[in-house]
Design a protein around this ligand. Sequence first.
Ligand code: FAD
Ligand code: NAP
Ligand code: SF4
Length: 680
Amino acid sequence: MTNQTPGYPHLLAPLDLGFTTLRNRVIMGSMHTGLEDRFYNYGKLAAFYRERARGGVGLIVTGGISPNRSGWLLPFGGTLNFAGDVFNHRRVTGAVHEEGGKILMQILHAGRYGYQPLVVSASAKKSPISPFKPRALTAAGIEATIRDYARCATLAKQAGYDGIEVMGSEGYLLNQFLCARTNLRTDRWGGTIENRMRLPVDIVTRIRAAVGPDFIIMYRHSLLDLVDGGNTWDDVVAVAQALQRAGVNILNTGYGWHEARVPTIVTSVPRGAFASVAGRLRREVTIPVVASNRINMPHEAEDILARGDADMVSMARPFLADAHFVAKAAAGRADEINTCIGCNQACLDHTFSNQRASCLVNPRACHETELVYAISARPRRVAVVGAGPAGLSAATVAAECGHDVTLFDSSDSVGGQFKIAMQIPGKEEFAETIRYFRRKIDLVGVKLKLGVRVTREQLLAEGYDDVAIATGIKVRRPPIPGIDHRSVLSYIDVLQNKAPVGRRVAIIGAGGIGFDVGEFLLHDPRHALPLALETWTAEWGVDLKARGGGGLVPAQAPQPVRQLYLLQRKTSKLGAGLGKTSGWVHRATLARNGVVMMAGVQYDSIDDQGLHITVGGERRLLAVDNIIVCAGQDSLTELMPAGEPANGGPRFHKIGGAALAAELDAKRAIKEGAQWAVGL
Ligand code: FAD
Ligand code: NAP
Ligand code: SF4
């Protein structure tokens, strides 16, 4: 998928703002890492941003910092409202400036999205994603909020930031004032768009008055709300023009409220899906406009700028995946970029479960001071068996740390189960991770031996100091009477070996792989993968021209290509264990296509009639053509020695699926591989 064309003239061009110049057109968008909420983590936060500034990004935006307590996303979240806080922030700005970078602090007031009891909003209307009902701000409360924003920006200036970003999208407080969905007021802050935009515009005006002209004000504006009661395109343009008049220097763009039922950043959203919307806005204002969402490679960013859809490009998660994204692009080494695959597993899923953010493909993200890939004083001879995510990570990090590494795999290419995962519609990006590791193997000098089914004797004979067993898993075959019937297939048969599958199918097991197999079988072969933008917008009911409010239109009626039953023994909701921020997308896709999801199933037998089950005490027959087993896996550990190796033999270690198959995912596999290599 990677475009190898060297040179990104638009992306790497400086941007002159009059009083300051940005070194290129790349913004690292705001991400809440979890480090900004506690003063004792600011050293780690500074190291995180320092590495990104060193990697060449033009402008960094911090995670959201609240201007007051009622704006907290979480209790005691990062706040900048008194002079004593400035000291912590100076560590961050100092680190970025030492590396030649520029940084804005994002001011985020969560409004009714706050997960805490002090929440306020335009009106007392609870959001579906927080249990706390907000209090409607009084006129005096609104005035105090404006003052808090201006004070917060002034303190940010004192802390050495090059400017601030005012968060006005994603359904947070200012978006709540902007839209009739949440603004039911009848005073001068509600009703017409002129009244609804008064709060964001007054905030920008007061910030500009407080900080003077030589300080960047970027505003993140919601171009498509993707909720009922969202703004029309005319409203969006009117607000943007008013913000420009109030003193905004750069307009960043946002798509979809957090409560929207349209995905906007997960892997299945086509790359650059929303860039044309930023392009339309760019024709309505004269200040620079930023494109954002699902832009993860430099050639895409370059194309967006070259065709005039934006003046700058914002990428957030791609900078968790690779701090040196810009430097690699500038040096013509885009094929070395560790690409964000849009999985959300270690970033947003962590944030929403109150853990520190990191990255599935780069476990160093937000752990720069803790997971250090330094040259070892004791280089060792190392064998890694298995070139799946765990083995690839272990081998490349070990070689980067100066060890002499041989990596074996019995197949003819690297990637392990990621080669199967990338067959799933919407997971095509997983191919980028394989591409990254394959390139890294050459760069760090790992000796790669493919097509070799390693034996224990071979490992013992070849004089290694350390052996990592990263052989992954074997699929579980549940002992159901009739499991050997010809209608029964494993997910490997279907996804890897492309076994023919009939029109009526039962899937045994509703974990991540059961859901993925469901999506694979529902894919209409008339649509090429990855899905074209028009197919995706029709499927989710998105109108990129935002002719009606919020950019929503009726979704196209699905025409399922198969009748599917997705089954599990547990009585809990199907898909409960899927990612917090992506699971709903998978559930919605399957539900829309009429998949029958059944919990509390007992599998009785399989025969020529189909699958016999008992549910709720009642026996049933699912008359299906095929039964596909997605019932989990067990570790493949046949290479591990039975006891301690003889004196002088290598130390054996298990990592990834070989260590523990239960609740295995690539996040754990890659992290374990890196941690093992660093600990050698
Ligand atoms: P594996 O990937 O299984 O790699 C093991 C490697 O060892 C294989 O290449 C194998 O050929 C090799 N090997 C085995 N025995 C030998 C031997 N004796 N000699 C030489 N080589 C040997 N995870 C996520 O985090 N997110 C997802 O969205 C996701 N989606 C998935 C979708 C599907 C359809 C599938 C199948 C998996 C998905 N996963 C996902 C799971 C993820 O792929 C695994 O958790 C991960 O691959 C485990 O990594 P591993 O290195 O431990 O094992
Ligand atoms: P899994 O999530 O553990 O699910 C296994 C399923 O099989 C469960 O639904 C389980 O439900 C069922 N099962 C287990 N033992 C069974 C038995 N003996 N008989 C019948 N059913 C049985 O495993 P997976 O779906 O194979 O996925 C493997 C790993 O890949 C997961 O840990 C996951 O993290 C990762 N993955 C992640 C994603 C993602 O989108 N993040 C996608 C795919 C895979 P019951 O026991 O209730 O029947
Ligand atoms: Fe991207 Fe996944 Fe890493 Fe998040 S965890 S930055 S989505 S690759």
